[in-house]
Design a protein around this ligand. Structure first.
Ligand SMILES: C[S@@+](CC[C@H](N)C(=O)[O-])C[C@H]1O[C@@H](n2cnc3c(N)ncnc32)[C@H](O)[C@@H]1O
Length: 180
């Protein structure tokens, strides 16, 4: 993993490998003005997501901030049928992994329970593909989702069959697929 670290970092930046399910080094506790984490909660699996968030909060200096970004795959009026299928696949896989796919909706409560003040929650709807009014952004979304799905298909093929077989076929098939 260290081989991914860039070698030309400014002197003020250091990179370290640390699992969010393992205890922090003591010197890190209450020592950061800003703690940021994005899209890592599904990886905690059997470790409690709430405990992972509570532990992250312990890193924040009094007066500092924590910013947590997680996804909920729900869809809405702006979600096309291909993305709705995609969200079904994501949600089903998270459940099989023992991960609550709606952790993002619980994080605010966990922050308040841990005693944080000024807790704010923002929901951002992301329109992927043809539903995005800006085609260039829609295309980036497709690229991103395709990348995520390519990693998930192997998992889905061995763990989710036959319930998700139709989705696997849908995404493996060349053609319009998710772009519509
Ligand atoms: C969906 S990616 C998100 C990557 C990046 N944070 C972002 O938002 O683009 C999930 C990341 O969680 C990392 N991860 C998995 N298990 C972890 C753990 N126990 N502690 C910390 N990070 C973990 C993976 O290596 C992967 O980089």
């Amino acid at each position: 993993m260290k081989s991914f670290f860039p070698s030309d970092l400014p002197p003020a930046i250091t990179l370290t490998i640390q699992s969010i399910t393992k205890p922090w080094p003591r010197s890190w506790l209450h020592s950061y003005d800003l703690v940021h984490q994005r899209l890592a909660l599904p990886a905690v699996r059997s470790f409690s997501a709430q405990d992972a968030v509570t532990n992250l909060i312990e890193l924040v200096n009094p007066g500092g901030w924590i910013q947590l970004v997680e996804a909920v795959f729900k869809g809405g009026l702006d979600t096309g049928p291909a993305m709705l299928n995609c969200y079904r696949l994501f949600n089903e896989m998270f459940r099989i992994m023992g991960v609550n796919p709606h952790n993002a909706e619980l994080m605010r409560g966990w922050c308040e329970e841990a005693g944080l003040e000024d807790v704010e929650e923002r929901v951002v709807n992301i329109r992927v593909g043809a539903k995005n009014p800006k085609p260039e952004l829609g295309a980036i979304g497709i690229q991103n989702v395709r990348q995520a799905i390519s990693g998930f298909v192997g998992f889905a093929k061995c763990k989710c069959r036959p319930r998700l077989d139709f989705l696997i076929q849908f995404y493996l098939k060349p053609g319009p697929g998710i772009d519509k």
